[in-house]
Design a protein around this ligand. Structure first.
Ligand SMILES: [Zn+2]
Length: 50
């Protein structure tokens, strides 16, 4: 029951600026968040949305 097409969204939010992004995969959200954290040293959180 784990179809690849099932849509989940990952909502990435920066706690220290207004960055906000919706991503299809956890890996994507993770990469964006890590880039942002690297560049700015901000703290980024990702929450999953069904
Ligand atoms: Zn930020």
């Amino acid at each position: 029951m784990n179809a690849a097409g099932k849509s989940e969204l990952y909502h990435l939010v920066c706690r220290e600026c207004r960055l906000e992004r919706l991503c299809d995969t956890a890996g994507d959200a993770d990469a964006v968040g890590r880039d942002h954290a690297d560049e700015t040293r901000h703290r980024v959180v990702v929450e999953r949305i069904d």
